[in-house]
Design a protein around this ligand. Structure first.
Ligand code: F6P
Length: 550
């Protein structure tokens, strides 16, 4: 759609970055900090209460400038504008990409195919408000008149991870009597474990599926429907099931009145959809006012992304740093470590956002790319992960840039807990950056009373190479607004990376092959049909499993 044929790794700015890398690769961050006492202020960007400190990265002004040139050479500004204007930047699916319209709190019109999408979006938001308030106030009740206090979201991927992550992040804002559950996995255990805990009379199921054809979601929805009908009868369905989808036809076919359907649109990608009615469980749990505060936070980040100069633009700098490491240092992974228990599902959410969006090898000109695209993203809540994978992060042979996320104030300021947590997040960033030389390790041991012999034997084991990059996000408190800002920042970072890598961040064709093959294996497991056309290992495993199940 952008019309020019070229290869990103042949751009002048790319070549320049290769040269910069050669000169800079050995530079130590601890030396950069020693030379410049203002480094932290210089390499930090604040937006309202949120600060993005990227000073512990292997960059200086020249590198930053070279990275900014890459953004300019990729015409990033035009592409940002194209997204906000509703152009069809999802080129393989010929769709606009308008999660930003879902939180367009300024309500300026946004046109797709000549039609303003804002009235429909606002209509659905109003319907969400009306419904969530009616449920929360006990005006919309279950079939037997009981208040609906168990919210069960049935969905998978983008129809699960966003709402699940946000509900957990905002747990402190849940109405006292409301409980949220999430069923995603086709594993019957996922259904069974939730259904065992809840009373059908008090349960509202939200079936979330953009396409309403996803086998996991439809199978789970059918199981839950049967469970409810067995308990309360067929007539109860209308009071206990609602759907969120773009596919009214399939919703009706499933047996849900389209009156009980909340619409969204094909210009909203699954992994970008928690701002739409896919977030209904969030609105039910925390109330529509809080849901809208989350939209407000995302909108603030959208406006920052759209309007701030690239040198002072949080998502742009996040993306440029990520590309610097992925394509020039060739680091293959990154970790996201929220130091907030309520943000424990953020890494799982970001895995889909980043790896489904940018885990691609073919560019927008139908050519295989000759550079790295999305890194492997993993993570978990600090401090837990310090006691699991941090050994590798500090001393492993791979360098894994980290994002640390931490609120200054906890919702649970109990004793010293939060101060200890804060000390830990700060210590991790500093330790990764500074490291510890063998001499430092040796001297430390001698000071602690170890013999020279012992200190010599252990000094390498106890040394840390350091120079390992990290970003730190600090904000005041985990509230709906901060969550909106944070998640929108990662969305836009992902978009910028896709623009620079010249890939379509908005399709997900890589998930199709496995789905297709599962459909062909299913009858072979169910019937005694002979296994056909599989490699030896798969055919062997099919036989083995069938034997075990007999
Ligand atoms: O399998 C990948 C995927 O298509 C995701 O992109 C999407 O979020 C998920 O499946 C669920 O899809 P749907 O909302 O259509 O059920």
């Amino acid at each position: 759609m952008f019309g020019r044929k070229f290869e990103v790794n042949k751009l002048k700015s790319w070549k320049n970055l290769e040269k910069c890398y050669k000169k800079f690769a050995k530079t130590q961050m601890r030396d950069l900090f020693a030379k410049d006492s203002h480094r932290a202020e210089k390499y930090s960007i604040s937006l309202e209460n949120l600060t993005f400190d990227y000073s512990k990265n292997r960059i200086d002004d020249k590198i930053k400038e070279a990275l900014l040139q890459l953004a300019a050479e990729r015409n990033l500004g035009d592409k940002i504008e194209a997204m906000f204007a509703g152009e069809k930047i999802n080129q393989t699916e010929k769709r606009a990409v308008l999660h930003v319209a879902l939180r367009n709190r300024g309500h300026a019109p946004i046109y797709v195919d000549g039609k303003n999408v804002m009235p429909k979006i606002n209509e659905v938001l109003a319907k969400m408000r009306q419904f969530s308030e009616a449920v929360r106030l006990g005006k919309f009740t279950g079939h037997t008149g009981k208040k609906l206090t168990n919210i069960v979201n049935i969905g998978i991927g983008g129809s699960d991870l966003g709402p699940k992550m946000a509900c957990e992040a905002l747990r402190r804002y849940w109405a006292k009597d409301m409980k949220c559950y999430f069923i995603s996995n086709i594993d019957g255990t996922a259904c069974a474990e939730v259904l065992n805990k809840i009373d059908p009379e008090e349960t509202l199921f939200i079936i979330c599926s953009k396409t309403f054809t996803t086998i996991e979601t439809l199978t789970n929805a059918k199981t839950c429907r049967k469970w409810l009908v067995d308990a309360l009868g067929e007539h109860a369905v209308a009071k206990h099931f609602v759907a969120v989808s773009t596919n009214a036809k399939e919703v009706a076919k499933f047996g849900i009145d389209v009156e009980n359907m909340f619409e969204f649109w094909d210009f909203v990608g699954g992994r970008y959809s928690m701002w739409s009615a896919i977030g209904l469980s969030i609105a039910l749990a925390v109330g529509m006012d809080n849901f809208e505060k989350m939209l407000d936070g995302a909108y603030a980040m959208d406006m920052h992304f759209k309007n701030a100069g690239f040198a002072e633009n949080i998502p742009v700098m996040m993306a440029l740093l990520s590309i610097w490491y992925r394509d020039f240092f060739k680091f293959g992974a990154m970790a996201v470590i929220p130091y907030d228990q309520y943000l424990q599902y953020v890494p799982a959410y970001l895995q889909q956002l980043v790896m489904e969006s940018n885990g691609k090898s073919v560019n927008n000109e139908e050519k295989f790319v000759k550079y790295g695209t999305a890194p492997v993203l993993f993570g978990g809540a600090g401090t837990d992960v310090q006691h699991s994978f941090f050994q590798l992060i500090h001393q492993g042979t791979s360098v894994i840039p980290c994002d640390f996320i931490v609120p200054a104030i906890s919702h649970n300021e109990i004793g010293e807990h939060h101060e200890i947590l804060l000390a830990n997040v700060l210590a991790q960033g500093e330790a990764l950056m500074r490291g510890k030389t063998t001499t430092e390790a040796y001297e430390e041991m001698i000071k602690a009373g170890k013999s020279r012999e012992e200190a010599v034997a252990l000094k390498k084991y106890k040394s840390f190479s350091g120079n390992r990059p990290s970003n730190t996000f600090v904000f005041k408190k985990m509230d709906p607004y901060a969550l909106g800002m944070l998640i929108a920042a990662y969305e836009h970072k992902t978009f910028v990376e896709g623009v620079i890598w010249n890939i379509d961040s908005f399709d997900q064709m890589g998930v199709e092959l496995g789905k297709q093959m599962a459909l062909s294996i299913l009858p072979e497991l169910q019937n005694n049909a002979a296994t056909s056309d599989h490699d030896g290992s798969t055919a062997h495993l099919i036989k083995l499993i069938k034997d075990l199940r007999q």
